[in-house]
Design a binder for this molecule. Structure first.
Ligand SMILES: [Zn+2]
Ligand SMILES: [Zn+2]
Length: 431
C-alpha cells in the first residue's frame, strides 16, 4: 500500500441547518478498507444537487465535506489491489498509482447483483459522496470506497478519440461524474422502453416483445411509414437537461441511420437564459440537426408546438429533468396515450401531482430515479468525445461550464449558484 502522509487538506464543508458552507482545513483521507483508493482532486464540480444539502432540504444534520463530482489522480490504493482477483472488477488488477480517473457520484462495487445487472445506482454498497458518511470531492483529496468497481480510468477515453486528436480537458471529463451520464440515462431509458422501441423497430404492439408460442404476427403487422415517427420533449434545460437533449439527438441520429424513422425533439424551459443556452448549443451542432427537427420553447409554446407536430396526440416520450411537481404535470400534459415519462430529476415533494385516474386514462409509463452512472460511463464517454463542440469549452455561449475557480471562492459561488446568478462552476483545489 502506498503511504499517504497524515496531515490536513483544504475542503468545502457544509454546516447545518442551511446556507452555511466554509472553506476549512480538514483531516486528509486515508485508506480505511483494502478496496479503497485515495484520489488527488484535479477538479470538482458544483452541482444543482449540492443545493439540496446547501438549502437544508436533505436529511443531513451534521457537517460534511461537500461535492460528488470530481476527476483526479490515484495516489494510494488499498491491499485489495495488486493481488490476483479472479472474478473481481478488472481495476482491482489493473489500476495503478498515477492513473487519472473520474468517479460516479455514488459508490458502486461492481460485484453485487445490482452492479452485475448494470443497475449500479442501486448497488448494495451505494453511498453518495458529499454526505457525513462519505466526505465529498470539493477538497484536495478524497477517499473512494470499492474503488475497483467505482472508478473509471480516463485513458479509456483517449482510445475513443481519432488519431492525433488532443486529449480531452479535465473540465470536460468532469461532466462524466454526473450530469452527462444522467442526461444519457434520461434519453436511453426512453429509447430502450418497449413503447418507444416498438416505433423504432416498426413492429406494432404486442409483437415487439414476448408473445406465447404459436401466436404469429399477422403479415400486416408492420407499422406504416407514417407511424414511424417519434416526438420527444425535454422538460428542464439546466446543465443536465442540455446533456439529455444532446444525448437524445446523438442517439436518435444514429438510430435513423439504420431505421427509416423521423424524429423531432422539443426542449422546454420557462427560464429565458436556460433557453438561450440550449439555443446556443443547438446552433453549435446545427450542421447535424435542423430547426425542423429540434426546437426550443417556453411552456405555452411547447404545448402548441407539440399539438401541431403530433396532430394533438402528444409526445411519445418526455424526459423530465427538473424534479418537481410542475415539471411532472407538464410532462403528463405533453405525453401521448401509451407514452413514457423518463424522470431523472431529484423529487422532494411528498406527493406526486397526478391522480390514479389520470395515469390510467393515458396508459402512461413512468421511469423515475437515479442514474446508474458507472454503467452509463462508456456511452457517455463516447458522446463526450464526439460532441466536444458542446462539452469542451468553458465560459462560451454554448459551454455547459461557466467558470473554474479556487476553493477560496466557494462560499461566494454557492451563494451565486443558489440564486441562479452563475452557471456550472468547477473548483480547482490547487489554485
Ligand atoms: Zn451532480
Ligand atoms: Zn454493487
Amino acid at each position: 500500500m502506498a503511504a499517504v502522509s497524515l496531515s490536513t487538506q483544504r475542503a468545502v464543508r457544509w454546516y447545518p441547518p442551511a446556507y452555511d458552507v466554509r472553506v476549512e482545513d480538514v483531516p486528509m483521507p486515508c485508506i480505511e478498507h483494502p478496496d479503497d483508493a485515495i484520489v488527488k482532486i484535479k477538479l470538482a464540480g458544483l452541482c444543482g444537487s449540492d443545493l439540496h444539502v446547501y438549502r437544508g432540504h436533505e436529511d443531513v444534520t451534521s457537517p460534511c465535506v461537500c461535492g460528488h463530482e470530481f476527476v483526479g489522480e490515484v495516489i494510494a490504493l488499498g491491499d485489495g489491489f495488486f493481488v490476483a482477483s479472479p472474478g473481481r472488477p478488472d481495476l482491482y488488477t489493473t489500476l495503478k498509482v498515477g492513473d487519472r480517473v473520474v468517479s460516479p457520484f455514488t459508490v458502486s462495487c461492481g460485484e453485487c447483483h445490482f452492479c452485475r445487472a448494470g443497475i449500479t445506482c442501486r448497488c448494495i454498497h451505494s453511498t453518495l459522496f458529499g454526505i457525513p458518511d462519505l466526505p465529498g470531492g470539493q477538497a484536495q483529496y478524497v477517499r473512494v470506497p470499492k474503488a475497483g468497481g467505482t472508478l473509471f480510468k480516463l485513458d479509456t477515453i483517449t482510445s475513443m478519440l481519432p488519431p492525433g486528436k488532443e486529449p480531452l480537458a479535465d473540465s470536460s471529463l468532469l461532466l462524466l461524474a454526473d450530469i452527462l451520464p444522467t442526461g444519457v440515462f434520461a434519453a436511453l431509458q426512453a429509447l430502450q422502453h418497449p413503447k418507444v422501441a416498438s416505433i423504432i423497430n416498426g413492429v406494432p404492439y404486442p409483437f415487439n416483445g414476448f408473445v406465447p408460442e404459436g401466436i404469429v404476427a399477422p403479415q400486416h403487422a408492420q407499422l406504416h411509414p407514417e407511424d414511424r415517427s417519434l416526438t420527444f420533449a425535454v422538460v428542464g434545460l439546466g446543465p443536465v437537461g442540455v446533456c439529455a437533449a444532446v444525448s437524445l439527438l446523438e442517439m436518435l441520429s444514429e438510430i435513423r441511420k439504420k431505421a427509416s424513422l423521423k424524429f423531432r425533439v422539443i426542449a422546454v424551459d420557462p427560464n429565458a437564459s436556460r433557453r438561450e443556452k440550449m439555443q446556443a448549443v443547438l446552433t453549435s451542432i446545427s450542421t447535424d440537426f435542423d430547426a425542423d427537427t429540434v426546437t426550443v420553447a417556453d411552456i405555452p409554446q411547447a404545448k402548441d408546438i407539440v399539438a401541431h407536430w403530433t396532430g394533438a396526440a402528444g409526445c411519445n416520450a418526455v424526459l423530465e429533468v427538473v424534479g418537481n411537481n410542475s415539471a411532472i404535470s407538464l410532462a403528463y400534459e405533453l405525453v401521448r396515450p401509451f407514452g413514457l415519462i423518463s424522470s431523472v430529476g431529484v423529487h422532494q415533494a411528498p406527493q406526486l401531482p397526478l391522480t390514479g385516474r389520470e395515469v390510467y386514462d393515458k396508459n402512461v409509463s413512468f421511469d423515475f430515479g437515479r442514474c446508474p452512472v458507472r454503467s452509463m460511463m462508456p456511452i457517455a464517454a463516447s458522446i463526450l468525445a464526439k460532441r466536444q463542440d458542446v462539452f469542451g469549452g468553458i465560459g462560451e455561449d454554448a459551454s455547459l461550464i461557466d467558470r473554474v475557480v479556487g476553493l477560496s471562492e466557494a462560499v461566494e459561488m454557492y451563494e451565486m449558484f443558489d440564486k441562479g446568478r452563475v452557471g456550472k462552476v468547477l473548483f480547482d483545489p490547487w489554485r
